[in-house]
Every structure is written in C-alpha cells, then in structure tokens.
Design a protein around this ligand. Structure first.
Ligand code: UTP
Length: 452
C-alpha cells in the first residue's frame, strides 16, 4: 500500500474518535502532501542546482559611475512619487515559529529596542506611521501570521491600540499549514485530537495573500508594489524610495536587496543568475569551489547574499492564484513533539520529523527583469534569530544603538562613545529625516538619549 493510502486509512480510523482531528483530516490536501513527500522524502522531483549559473549582478550601494548616479537619483524621486501616490504597501511575514529564539509568543511582540523596550511590531508600525505622515498618504500594512499565532498577534495589536495606526489600514491573515511526517512519510500526531501541523514556510505568503483577500484589497486601493520584510529585523527600511523606484523603473516583477557576504561561507542564501533570470542557492547547497571563486580584484564572486528583503509587483503575485504555479517544498528536519506508537506524547532529543516548507525566494526565477540592490548591512540588517551570539537580541540591540549614533553623528552631533541612543522611527523614519532637523531640547552629552 502506498504511503498516502496508509496515512489516509490510519487517520480516518483515528479521526472517528475525535471531531477536531476529523476536521483536520478532512481539510488535508492529499495531493499536496503527495507532492511534498515526493519532493522531500522520496526525492522523485529533484530540483537540485541549475546546470549552469554564475553570480548575479547587482546594483551597488554606492553608484559606480555617473550614469548609475543619475539613475539612482531618478529612482529615488520616482520611488517617492509612487509612495506619495499611494501605490505602495508594507508586508511582514510573521508566521514563523521562532524555534531558535525559543520565545513564548509571536516573535513580533518581542521587546527589542534598547531604551524603551519596544516590540518589533511597534518599531515597524511607527516607521510606517512616520512615512505615512511624511508623504501624507495611507500605507496599508499586511501582516501574515500562522493559524498558531494569529490570535495572539491580533490581541497584541488590540491591546496596544494598533500603535497609532488606523485599524482599516492593517490586515492580519493566516498562512497555510502542512502536516509533519516521520522520515518515512508517516503523519505525526501532536495529540489524540490533532495532527502535528506547522506553517508552510514564508513561500506560503504568496497564496495566502490571495486567499485572504489581501491582493484584492490592494487592487481596490490602487496598490501596485508590496514591500516584503521579515518580522525579526528591526533595522529594515519598511518602504524604501530608492529600492521601490528602481524596481519600478526597471520593470522588475520581484526585486531583492543583497548584502555583501562577510566570507565565502556566511550563512546567507546566494544570489545567482541563470540567463536573464535570478535565483537563490542556499548557503548549504553552493559547492565549496564556487563559494571560494574570486574576481581579479580579490573579492569573492558569489558575494551577494540575501537578507530576505524584497519588493513584489501585485500583478506578479496574482499569477499564483490558480495554484498551477507552485513553489517547491524544502525539507526541514526538526524535533517535533508527537505521540509515539504507544500513544504517549514524546519530546525527541534529536530531529525526528520532516517539516515541509516553501520559500518566497523560489518565486525569483519566475520574475521578469529581476533586480538586486545592495544594502548596507550596518544600516539595514540585524535580525533577532538566536538566543545568544550572532543574530541575537543582544547583537541586534548593539547594532540599533550603533546605527542611531551614526545617524546623529553624521548630522553633526557629538555623542559620547558610551551613550545608549534610540530613535523613534515615527519621528525619523530614515537618516535623511534627521539631517537638517533642529534639536533644541536634547542633551547630547547624556548617557541615555531617546530621540522623539
Ligand atoms: P525563519 O526562517 O527565521 O524561521 O523565518 P522562524 O520560524 O522565524 O525561526 P526558526 O527557524 O524556527 O528559529 C524568516 C521569516 O519568515 C517568517 C518568519 O516569521 C520570519 O519573519 N516565516 C517563516 C513565516 O512567516 N512563515 C513560515 O512558515 C516560516
């Protein structure tokens, strides 16, 4: 008997005793599970590496010639025009489980700012408000959660009065889930009444945007571009005029920011080109000899890494509506609490299960005219992923303080090396907004400076 039939038989039997389980089993898309098993367990449809590829070219952070300088200037003005005309919206993917961080609650509710302890969601909300006020326009914010954290996320916003945003401009919705299986493809139960379900990866955002009515909502508001970012990066520029302007001027379907990798093996996805298309090869999949290749000037060739910041055209996302175009599943081996054969709930010490996830960057090869714009890591990227060390709360707070101090110093204020500085993103959504601002009532000699 094939594995799908076996799973069906067993689950229908168990579901007879539990209405909740029956509901989950009825809602299962068995064809989707079959596809995921084929791709990730039986490896029938190996996606593998493209046969021929090279490093993707990208627009450098600092323009390299007068032509580029002119283009960036035009792009910035164009981006501002699009924002002011209400053509742009913000989109946060916040459906992950944050297992590495081990924080109890939606990650966006984690207090991250160095002085005020503002949660990630608040920092994004304030930046959106600041930009809305600057350009005198409503900027809708779409927040994707998962069925596991939607309620807690919405309650958090309700309790905090949406951080000053108007309710009609925020839309929360849940992405899809996939059941986890053991390494042979047998479905796992989290309890007598539930399958072990987990969110289907950030790639699930494209379909979820459509199914939730968010794309239709965007269309009715005249939104053309969606600024995509992850919930864990407090430094992200939520709506960036240069990036959006360039993306639109170059008629790109999906654009990405890149970071210059700190070394050949940094754990960032690598942007590569296949003909006129772009794709990402995960750090674990880029062959060592490729990772080590160098240019004549000594820089590594595959140096453009992905911080998962994109802009997507609304009509590019619309093509995922029919379900005919699918993103491939990736296999994630995880520790999943489940009922063992004796029906006892067990917490494994080693990975025991496969979770099936799709990744949003797998949409890149489908995008026409994809463009990549380099970002300054110190300015725009410091995620909170881990409990300690690299990409932890501690490192991110240190980076937030460094950036705030840099902004003030660049604006001509002398700040003590030991001072802690935090900037309210509503008052100053970008560095440009600080330059030229007058600060009469601030004591820049102070140990704690909160710029509001
Ligand atoms: P990560 O890959 O860092 O996963 O997600 P995670 O679930 O947050 O954390 P770990 O790996 O369990 O420690 C990157 C971004 O994609 C979102 C996350 O919320 C985060 O913003 N994401 C991830 C989703 O929205 N849905 C998913 O199914 C997975």
């Amino acid at each position: 008997m094939d594995i799908i039939e076996k799973n069906k038989l067993l689950m229908n039997e168990l579901a007879a005793g539990s209405p909740q389980l029956a509901e989950q089993v009825n809602a299962l898309d068995w064809n989707e599970l079959q596809a995921a098993l084929d791709e990730c367990i039986f490896k029938k449809d190996q996606f593998g590496l493209p046969e021929e590829y090279g490093p993707a070219s990208y627009f450098p952070l600092i323009p390299e010639n007068p032509e580029q300088e002119k283009l960036y200037g035009q792009a910035f003005v164009h981006g501002e025009k699009l924002i002011r005309a209400g053509k742009t919206a913000a989109f946060t993917v916040a459906g992950g489980q944050g297992t590495r961080l081990g924080y109890d609650g939606p990650k966006g509710t984690l207090a991250v700012s160095p002085i005020k302890g503002k949660p990630l969601f608040q920092l994004f909300a304030e930046q959106i408000l600041g930009i809305s006020e600057k350009y005198e326009v409503a900027i809708p914010w779409y927040v994707m959660c998962s069925p596991l954290n939607l309620e807690a996320t919405v309650s958090h916003f309700e309790e905090n009065a949406y951080y000053g945003l108007s309710r009609e401009n925020i839309k929360f919705f849940a992405q899809g889930v996939m059941p986890a299986t053991d390494f042979k493809g047998n479905l796992l139960l989290a309890s007598q009444d539930s399958l072990a379900l987990s969110p289907n990866g950030h790639g699930g955002s494209l379909k979820a945007l459509i199914d939730s009515g968010s794309i239709a909502d965007m269309a009715s508001r005249g939104i053309e571009h969606l600024s995509y970012f992850q919930v864990d990066n407090p430094l992200v520029s939520v709506i960036n005029p240069l990036f959006i302007g360039l993306h639109d001027l170059q008629k790109s379907d999906m654009s990405s920011r890149s970071l210059t990798k700190t070394g050949p093996f940094e754990k960032l996805g690598n942007f590569v080109s296949i003909g006129d298309r772009v794709t990402i090869i995960e750090y674990s999949d880029l062959p060592e000899e490729k990772a080590l290749e160098k240019e004549g000037d000594g820089r590594i060739r595959y140096r453009a890494g992905s911080p998962a910041i994109h802009v997507l055209r609304r009509d590019f996302i619309e093509q995922f509506a029919s379900g005919e175009i699918k993103l491939p599943y990736h296999r994630a081996e995880k520790k999943v609490d489940h009922l063992d054969e004796a029906g006892e709930r067990t917490t494994p010490e080693e990975p025991n299960a496969v979770k099936f996830e799709t990744f949003v960057f797998d949409a890149l090869p489908l995008a026409k005219n994809p463009l990549i714009l380099e970002a300054d890591r110190l300015e725009e990227f410091s995620p909170v992923k881990n409990k300690r060390g690299i990409d932890s709360l501690e490192s991110s707070q240190a980076d937030q303080v460094k950036r705030a101090k840099r902004w003030l110093t660049n604006a001509g204020h002398a700040i003590k090396e030991t001072s802690i500085v935090e900037i309210n993103p509503r008052a100053f959504p970008s560095e440009r907004d600080i330059l030229g601002a007058e600060f009469k009532d601030y004591d820049f000699e102070s140990d704690l400076i909160y710029l509001d």
